[in-house]
Design a binder for this molecule. Structure first.
Ligand SMILES: NC(=O)c1ccc[n+]([C@@H]2O[C@H](COP(=O)([O-])OP(=O)(O)OC[C@H]3O[C@@H](n4cnc5c(N)ncnc54)[C@H](OP(=O)(O)O)[C@@H]3O)[C@@H](O)[C@H]2O)c1
Length: 227
């Protein structure tokens, strides 16, 4: 099985890489600048790729990456929270620029990567998993704030749903994921669960993708996230 994971040099992405390598999969793992902890993973089935998801890839750049002809599982995991400095993403402080920066990574980034790789996922009649967040759920939003992150992750849910509808005739299943509140750099390691727990749940959900409606938004514990 060929698995492609973005944002794989740390956090949940790295945990997913280790999980699928342990399952015997061929894994294409992306980093945008430094290899981070990927440099400590030694496995012949691991392929490392530099990929900045805010940039478009031309056909010649894609060809130079020596990608597999088929991708069974694409996980759009890379993401940013955005500003946490000062008042961070509050109503009176968030800027249009900050909104666009996070949107460009968390929503458009996943779309760009999917556009670049979709023919390979179709060739495998594979699965696309888009990593959103419960913070992108209107239903769950009782505390307000976090404008940039909430909006970008909400937009990703909708983009993911459109992908699910558009790719269903091609035999591609698309799911949207919430990994839980996980101890990673993004949460300053203050999460409620560790990466291993999140990854065990997320990968079980992905394995059971056919049990869910196309484009369903599912948390790591298998529960549907209303949005
Ligand atoms: N942790 C949580 O509790 C939580 C909860 C809900 C959803 N999520 C989502 O789960 C995913 C992974 O989160 P995490 O906690 O593992 O975060 P993390 O530890 O901060 O890791 C984020 C990853 O995304 C990569 N990335 C960021 N911007 C990128 C860009 N422009 N191009 C390519 N790669 C980029 C980072 O690369 P660099 O090392 O180069 O920055 C890093 O590999 C994210 O989408 C996040 O929003 C996390």
């Amino acid at each position: 099985m060929n698995v492609f994971i973005t944002g794989a040099n740390r956090g949940i992405g790295l945990g997913l890489v280790k999980h699928y390598l342990a399952q015997g999969c061929n894994v294409w793992a992306t980093h945008r600048s430094d290899l981070g902890l990927l440099s400590e993973v030694h496995n012949k089935q691991l392929h490392l790729l530099q990929w900045e998801i805010t940039e478009e890839k031309s056909e010649s750049q894609l060809n130079a990456l020596m990608l597999p002809d088929t991708i069974d599982l694409l996980i759009n995991n890379a993401g940013v929270y955005g500003s946490t400095i000062g008042a961070g993403q509050a109503l009176d402080s968030v800027t249009g620029e900050a909104m666009m920066e996070v949107f460009n990574v968390d929503c458009v980034g996943a779309l760009r990567v999917t556009q670049a790789l979709v023919s390979r996922v179709i060739a495998a009649r594979g699965v696309i998993a888009n990593m959103s967040s419960k913070m992108g759920s209107s239903d769950d939003n009782t505390s307000g704030g976090c404008y940039a992150y909430r909006a970008a992750k909400a937009a990703l849910v909708i983009v993911s749903r459109s992908m699910a509808v558009d790719l269903a005739p091609e035999g591609v299943r698309v799911i949207t994921l919430h990994p839980g509140w996980v101890s990673t750099d993004m949460t300053n390691h203050s999460g409620l669960i560790d990466v291993a727990t999140s990854v065990a749940g997320l990968t079980a959900v992905i394995s059971n993708v056919d049990r869910y409606d196309p484009g369903a938004f599912i948390a790591y514990d298998g529960k549907v996230v209303p949005y």
